[in-house]
Write a protein that binds this ligand. Structure first.
Ligand code: HXC
Length: 256
């Protein structure tokens, strides 16, 4: 039972829809708890191969919930370790796709960037407007945006608080692909179904390997990739995938 999100399991895909339309899906602590609990619930489920997180046509999420934060003191934030709960999302091993329509601002942009791939509707608007509230990004935006779009554009976004449209987001590497707004969720669910149709051991390992590129230098990263690539030869899915290719048939992956 969830109050702030809708959860739908569509075959091997779990679709989480942020559902606080009255607040443009502002991310309060309850949203954080419900999203991360849902991810935890399904992450190790072998029948789930991909997650999709989306919002509404108007807003993916217009930020952290300003009204919930406004009266907090420094010590309140520190004691609660405010937003550290989102780290659970980044520990999810199953791929997570963000389908961004409308506003993805502040924590909303940061939530999208915590996902493994960002797909944007053609009217999406991304931004880190925290500077206008007297604060700075607090859910990883200063780090992830900089890695995705480079220092100059990240500084431009974080220091001015301006919004970036979908075309600029795709051009600068924040969004992987752009779809017409009203087709976005359907298209992303199709991509998720495709990913979920592959062997889960391989998709999880691919996610780990790509994520290591953020953390490691090139030689260590390539070694990590090579060893995990070697390890997949211990799986039945590798035997099945390669046999299916040689036998000119579709593979039947079991996640083993
Ligand atoms: C709480 C929010 C909200 C938010 C919108 N609402 N964003 N409530 N937190 N982040 C509420 C509004 O108060 C309003 O409630 C309702 O949603 C509709 O919003 P409007 O402003 O009336 O809509 P509109 O005029 O269309 O403007 C859309 C908007 C604007 C441009 C997206 O809402 C906006 O600028 N929102 C704030 C964006 C922002 O600053 N985000 C960063 C947050 S800080 P009522 O009750 O009046 O109808 C952040 C920091 C992360 O994310 C980490 C820091 C620690």
């Amino acid at each position: 039972m969830t109050d702030t999100i809708l959860v739908e399991k569509l075959d091997r895909v779990v679709h989480i829809t942020l559902n606080r339309p009255e607040a443009l899906n502002a991310l309060n602590l309850k949203v954080m708890d419900e999203v991360t609990a849902t991810l935890e619930q399904y992450d190790s489920d072998p029948s789930v191969g991909c997650f999709v997180i989306s919002g509404s046509p108007k807003a993916f999420a217009a930020g952290a919930d300003i009204k919930e934060m406004q009266s907090q003191s420094y010590t309140d934030m520190l004691k609660a370790n405010w937003f550290a709960g989102w780290d659970k999302l980044t520990r999810t091993r199953t791929p997570i796709l963000a389908a961004v329509n409308g506003y993805a601002l502040g924590g909303g942009c940061e939530l999208a960037m915590m996902c493994d791939v960002v797909y944007a509707g053609d009217r999406a608007k991304f931004g880190q407007p925290e500077i206008k509230l007297g604060v700075i990004p607090g859910m990883g935006g200063s780090q992830r945006l900089t890695k995705l779009v480079g220092k100059s554009k990240a500084m431009d976004m974080v220091l001015t608080g301006r919004m970036m449209d979908a075309e600029e987001a795709e051009r600068s590497g924040l969004a992987a692909r752009v779809f017409p707004a009203d087709e976005l969720v359907g298209e992303v669910l199709k991509i998720a179904a495709e990913i979920a149709g592959f062997g889960k051991l391989a998709t999880q390992t691919a996610k780990e390997a790509v994520n290591q590129a953020e953390e490691m230098g090139i030689s260590q990263g390539v070694l990590f990739e090579r060893r995990t690539f070697h390890a997949l030869f211990a799986t039945a899915d590798q035997k099945e995938g390669m046999a299916a290719f040689a036998e000119k048939r579709d593979p039947d992956f079991k996640g083993e």
